[in-house]
Design a protein around this ligand. Sequence first.
Ligand code: CP
Ligand code: NVA
Length: 308
Amino acid sequence: MPSFLDLHTTSPADLRAMIDNARAMKEARAGLPRGTPDADQPLAGRMVALIFEKPSTRTRVSFDVGVRQMGGQTMVLSGKEMQLGHGETIADTARVLSRYVDLIMIRTFEEDTLKEMSDYASVPVINGLTNRTHPCQIMADIMTYEEHRGPIKGKKVVWAGDGNNVCASFLHAAGQFGFDFTFTGPQPLDPEEVWVKFAREKGSAVTIERDPFKAVEGADLIVTDTWVSMHDPESAKERRHNQLRPYQVTEELMKRANPGALFMHCLPAHRNDEVTSEVMDGPASVIFDEAENRLHAQKAVMRWCLGL
Ligand code: CP
Ligand code: NVA
C-alpha cells in the first residue's frame, strides 16, 4: 500500500484521481452537518495515528474529522509525549505502531524522520509537513483553485516571499499538474534548486523574478506564507522581516495580476506581515476554502493510501 510522502514522488495520474475524488466526496456531503457519517464508511474498523512534533490547527482537525466522517477512529499523538521524544528510534516506533494502526500521518521536522517512518512501517505513512515540504496543503490548494477557476493546467502561479516547504510542494505541483510558477523573493530565500529543476524538467516554466510587481504580471494565482516557519530559529525573525517586507502581498500587488486572479495562504497568517488584512479579507482571497478543502483532499489521500 502506497505512502503519500510528496507530490513529486506520486504519479500525476494518481494526484489527479485524488483531486477528482476529493471534489466528488465534498459534493456528496454538501449541506450536511459536519458530523454526518459518509454513506459508504470506507474507513469502518480502521485506526489512524496522527503524530505531531510541531503545532497544528488545520492538519490536526481536518485529518481527525476526515477519518471520523469515513467511519474510522483516530488517536492524536504528540511527539513529545511519546517515547519517540525520549530516545526510542523512529524505526522501532514505526514497527510498533504498525501492529496497532492501519495508517500513520506524521508532522515532523527532518524529512529523514518521515522517510524512516515509512521505510520501517508496514502501513502507509502520510506527510503532514516537514521542514522541506507540505504536500497535503497543496492538494487542497489545487482543488480550491479548480473549484473557483477551472483547470490549473497552463495557468501562472506566483509565490511571493520565503521559498519554504509550502513553496517547495507548489513547485512539485507545477511539474505534476502542468502550470507555470514564478518565485519572487530575496535571493537568500530562493526555493531549493533541486525543486526548481524538477518542475522545469516536467515542462513547467519556472521563473525567479526579484521585482514583485513584474513577477505578478499575468498571474492567475498569488500565494504567500509566513516569513518565519516553525523550524526557523526565532533569531532569524528580524532579518527575515527586513528581507521580505518588499514582498508583502498588498491590494496594489493584486491589481497588477490578471483580472480574477485568486489569493491563497495555507494559514496560519501573520496579518499585515506577509499579506495585508485587506487582501486576506478581500474578494480575491480563497483562504478559508483552502482550509476547508484540507478535509476533503486528505480524505481522498487516505483512501488512496488504503486502496479504498
Ligand atoms: N496549513 C496548515 O498546515 O495549518 P496547521 O499548521 O494549522 O496544521
Ligand atoms: N511554512 C509554514 C507552514 C505552516 C503550515 C511552517 O512550516 O511553519
